[in-house]
Ligand binder design. Structure first.
Ligand code: AMP
Ligand code: TRP
Length: 335
């Protein structure tokens, strides 16, 4: 297919530590699938990682580690444009323009902001508040049609649609109004120790998440200690959130439908089920871990991939930004 005729996808991930199973099953697997028949832009959003307190040395190291993780799950830098957000300054420029049409009320309603700012009162960071506007700029800059993300990002995508529509209504048709691409039972993987919370990097509880870099021993330990109800039946259902989550993970890493797993583990108890689940997860993640380590062992190659990605991304970003500047009435310097 002619690349320019294909629909465009854009998505981003924060470089805040190894991706976990939720990131992978909810988002990254779809990134990989979409790169074959879409014009794909995948971005490591290092500027977003500065909305919570950060260590410069860690941020510096994590951006490269996250690039290695993305290669390990199957992002192909030939098929997709893989790059760092801070390498393309237009993200910040468009973000400012959108900040000037965004409203306090709509940002204050963002669930992620409410969760992350809990207890902070008046000292909550302005960056955390403006976070979804930068995210809108990320996507709108590439005039992307689809945004593959997990369920937790639905509200942020709604906001970027509103901002794009408002911009177009006010300044003429300039931006593409994108759609969320949220698919399947992986879209919301829950924490292993608390099925009422999503699996998250910021949980700060090592037993809550399985990381893509975990080895089989760590995977077994975490799944052994995963919370289950006091019953014995391996079955999904609204009354069994823990088992439902574990069965989805099992089904997603093996491709075996949940009903078939329920049949197979009938009368066998949670211990047996968890041991088999650990084996299946480890088998799925081992090749990823190996590819991750190999990629990280060659930082020069990772840097080269990111530099090429930034160049390709910049071409599109410059084009959109030129249209945006003209639409809003900013003057260009005359030679
Ligand atoms: P983040 O780690 O916040 O940068 O998220 C990267 C991607 O993973 C986003 O598309 C999220 O929606 C997705 N994601 C994060 N946590 C989960 C989860 N527990 N289940 C499914 N998807 C998730
Ligand atoms: N906010 C997203 C998250 O926490 C990450 C992100 C930043 C993103 N920019 C994006 C996702 C653009 C999709 C598109 O997961």
């Amino acid at each position: 297919m002619n690349p320019s005729a294909r629909p465009r996808v854009f998505s981003g991930i924060q470089p805040t530590g190894s991706p976990h199973l939720g990131n992978y099953l909810g988002a990254l697997r779809n990134w990989v699938r979409l790169q074959d028949d879409h014009d794909a832009y995948y971005c490591i959003v290092d500027l977003h990682a500065m909305t919570m307190p950060w260590s410069p040395a860690e941020l510096h190291a994590r951006t490269l580690e996250t690039s290695a993780s993305l290669l390990s799950v199957g992002i192909d830098p030939e098929a997709s444009v893989l790059f760092l957000q801070s390498h393309v300054p237009e993200h910040v420029e468009l973000s400012w323009v959108l900040t000037c049409i965004a409203r306090m009320g709509e940002l204050r309603r963002m669930i992620q902001f409410k969760e992350r700012s809990k207890g902070e009162g008046e000292s909550v960071g302005v960056g955390l508040f403006a976070y979804p506007v930068l995210q809108a700029a990320d996507v709108l800059l590439y005039r992307a049609h689809r945004v593959p993300v997990g369920e937790d990002q639905r509200q942020h995508i709604e906001l970027m649609r509103d901002l794009a529509e408002r911009f177009n209504a006010q300044f003429g048709d300039t931006l593409v109004v994108p759609e969320a691409y949220i698919r399947g039972p992986g879209a919301r993987i829950m924490a292993l120790d608390d099925p009422t919370q999503k699996m998250s990097k910021s949980a700060g509880r090592p037993t809550a998440s399985i990381l893509l870099t975990d080895d089989p021993g760590q995977i077994t330990k975490k799944l052994k200690s995963a919370k289950t109800d006091s019953g014995t039946q391996v079955r999904a259902g609204e009354d069994k959130p823990e088992l439902t989550n574990l069965l989805s993970i099992f089904s997603l890493v093996t491709g075996e439908p949940t009903e078939s797993l329920e049949g197979r583990f009938q009368g066998r108890g949670y211990g047996d089920f968890k041991a088999q689940l650990a084996e299946a997860v480890a088998a799925h993640l081992t090749p990823l871990r190996e590819r991750y380590e190999a990629a990280l062992a060659d930082p020069g190659e990772l840097e080269r991939i990111l530099a090429t990605g930034a160049k390709r991304a910049s071409e599109v970003a410059a084009d959109t930004m030129a249209d945006v500047r003209e639409a809003v009435g900013l003057r260009r310097p005359q030679a």
